[in-house]
Every structure is written in C-alpha cells, then in structure tokens.
Design a protein around this ligand. Structure first.
Ligand SMILES: NC(=O)C1=CN([C@@H]2O[C@H](COP(=O)(O)OP(=O)(O)OC[C@H]3O[C@@H](n4cnc5c(N)ncnc54)[C@H](O)[C@@H]3O)[C@@H](O)[C@H]2O)C=CC1
Ligand SMILES: O=C([O-])CC(=O)C(=O)O
Length: 328
C-alpha cells in the first residue's frame, strides 16, 4: 500500500544548498524509496528569488520523480510550514572569505525567530527541524526558543558535515575505508572550536587508537583540518560548501527518521545536561537513532584534554546564546 505523503519544508530553496538538496529529497534519498513527498519551498519575497525558485520547480517537474506528489512555492513561512513533517532551515546568509560563522549571527538571527514562531503556529506537532543556516547551533536554539509549543528535542543543528569530514580525514590517515569507521564524534559548535574525537572510534572493529596512535597528528592536523574545512572550501571555491552540505542534511534527516542501525552519528541537539553541557544548549553529541527518535550516547569517559576542548566550544555557544537573549 502507498504510504501517505510526508510534507518537507525547505527554506532558501533557490540557493546553492537548495539546488543540491531538493532533487535528492524528491528522488527518495532522504525519506526512503517508498515514501511519497510534498515539497513546500520558501524563498524571500523578492522578485528575483521567487523567479529563481520557479525555475528550480520547473526542473523538479522535468525530472518526473515518481515519489514527488506536489511542489509549492512560498514567500511566507506561515504557509510554507503548514503541516510540515520535516523542516530544513537552510535559508540564511552564507559567510564569505575572512568571516567566522558567528559573524552572521546578527544578520541571520531574526530569520530564525520568525521561522520558529511560524513552525510553532502551523507545522505538524511532531515536526523534525534541521537548522543548516549559520551559525547553525545558535540559530537552532533561537528557533527552538521561539516555538514553545513544539517539543524542544525536535530542533536540531547540522554537525553531520563535520562528522563526515572527520570520517574522511581519519580514513585517509588510517588507510581504511570511511565505511569501516564507527563511533566517531564531533562535539560542540559548528565552528572552528568544534572537537572531533576519535578516542572511541573503531576501524573495521579494531580500536582506532591502536592504528592511529599519533597525538601530534590529532592535535595539530586532524582537529584543525576538520574545524577549518568550511573556510578551506570557501578559499578554494570562492563560495561556501553546498553539495557536501546538502549531502550531510540528507544523511542527518535520513538517519533521524529511518534509523542509524545502531551506529553513532553526530547531531546538534538540545542538551539534556549530560557531559556537563547546560540544558537547552544545542551541542554536537553522539546519538543513535531509531524509530524517528535519537538517544544520546551516555557515560563516555571524558579525559582532561577532551574536557578542555568541550568546554572551549561550550564557552563559545554560551556567548552566542547570551548575544541573542534580547531576541527571545
Ligand atoms: N551547518 C552547516 O554545516 C552548513 C551551513 N551552511 C549555511 O547554509 C546557509 C545557506 O547557504 P547557501 O545555500 O550556500 O546560501 P545561498 O546564499 O546560496 O542561498 C541562501 C538562500 O536563502 C534565501 N533566504 C535568505 N533569507 C531567507 C529567509 N528568511 N527565508 C527563506 N529563504 C531565505 C536566499 O534568498 C538564498 O536564495 C548559509 O547560512 C551557510 O553558511 C553552509 C554549509 C554548511
Ligand atoms: O564554512 C562555512 O561558512 C559553510 C559551512 O558551514 C561549512 O562548510 O562548514
């Protein structure tokens, strides 16, 4: 029997990431090859953006995706988020060369108060929200706080790109396949203070530390390479990452909804107080997902170096949170 269609709202749908994302959602890569989908696409109420969005919709039509039941264009979040089961909040200004993601906070914060309120008013009561627009963790925090009637745990931020980058770097160092790696974590903020941590990782079942026992590489290459990869992409392309960001968004939502089959994945989620992270801060943690829910992997040992790194990225997140208090 055909499943009822799921409504997926995507903001910034005519942007770079939108263009790399929508076709994959419509082809079933995010929600499953048996899951019909309705796309509700939001762009700013600007003639050029709305025209570009029309063009993207024409291309979606031209793909004749069997799972794509309907596509609608919107300039108002109150209609774009109506009954949405999934909301991908991508629309926001990207950074350019020389900027940090937190420099975007003032320009982008208002977007997430307005969109949080709209989700609160019209989305499905169990809408799953992924914030991609930067600074992603604090924008997710803003949206969550602006939507008091929705479950806070349904607001998440994208750390999956960082997780995938860390997988790739570790696989290259160890000379193994990315698919052989399990139990990798990226703690904290989607910013250069993030802490990619492979202390618990296994490579084809063997402890990663028995293969890559190189503290100098960890401190001076692995951690900074993963943390600064976004800037390296901007430097190389002149634009921020788009296809890899869209791919990470697909991975994040697919695993959240369809399950991670016992594997650890990193999600930015409102803290439940574990690992000394104050409740509510949206922090990258290892989770296992099943039946549309995530469970934080608990009670991992945190050594002195890790505590220092985790506190550093937490400090930045608390500062960002304090900087947007007046909006909430
Ligand atoms: N969390 C992560 O790992 C990553 C986050 N990003 C962030 O994603 C965001 C989008 O990046 P791109 O697609 O490259 O940017 P882009 O500039 O190509 O597209 C953004 C689109 O959002 C639209 N937009 C702006 N305000 C909006 C609003 N209030 N409602 C609906 N649409 C709105 C713009 O008109 C534009 O079409 C940026 O903030 C970027 O920094 C990018 C890569 C990775
Ligand atoms: O670096 C940026 O500004 C875009 C981004 O978040 C990433 O590529 O990780």
């Amino acid at each position: 029997m055909t499943k009822p269609a799921m409504r997926v709202a995507v903001t910034g749908a005519a942007g770079q990431i939108g263009y790399a994302l929508l076709f994959r959602i419509a082809s079933g890569e995010m929600l499953g090859k048996d899951q019909p989908v309705i796309l509700q696409l939001l762009e700013i109420p600007d003639e050029k953006a709305q025209k570009a969005l029309k063009g993207v919709i024409m291309e979606l039509e031209d793909c004749a995706f069997p799972l794509l039941k309907e596509v609608t264009a919107h300039s108002d979040p109150m209609t774009a988020f109506k009954d949405a089961d999934v909301a991908l909040l991508v629309g926001a200004r990207p950074r350019g060369p020389g900027m940090e993601r937190k420099d975007l906070l003032t320009v982008n914060a208002q977007i997430f108060t307005a969109q949080g309120k709209a989700l609160n008013a019209v989305a499905s009561r169990n809408v799953k929200v992924l914030v991609v627009g930067n600074p992603a963790n604090t924008n997710a925090y803003i949206a969550m706080k602006s939507a008091p009637d929705l479950p806070a745990r349904n607001f998440t931020a994208m750390l999956r790109l960082d997780h995938n980058r860390a997988l790739s770097q570790l696989a290259a160092k160890a000379g193994c396949a990315v698919g052989d790696i399990e139990k990798l974590i990226v703690w904290g903020n989607h910013s250069p203070t993030m802490y990619p941590d492979f202390r618990f990782a296994t490579l084809a079942g063997k402890p990663a530390l028995s293969v890559v026992n190189d503290d100098e590489w960890n401190r001076n290459t692995f951690i900074p390479t993963v943390g600064k990869r976004g800037a390296a992409i901007i430097d190389a392309r002149g634009l921020s990452s788009a296809a890899s960001a869209a791919n990470a968004a697909i991975d994040h939502v697919r695993d959240w909804i369809l399950g991670s089959n016992g594997k650890w994945v990193t999600m930015g989620v409102p803290s439940d107080g574990s690992y000394g992270i104050p409740e509510g801060i949206i922090y990258g943690v290892p989770v296992i997902t099943k039946n549309g829910e995530y469970a934080v992997v608990k009670d991992l040992e945190i050594d002195a170096f890790s505590r220092e790194r985790m506190d550093l990225t937490l400090k930045e997140l608390t500062e960002e949170r304090d900087g947007v208090k007046h909006l909430l």
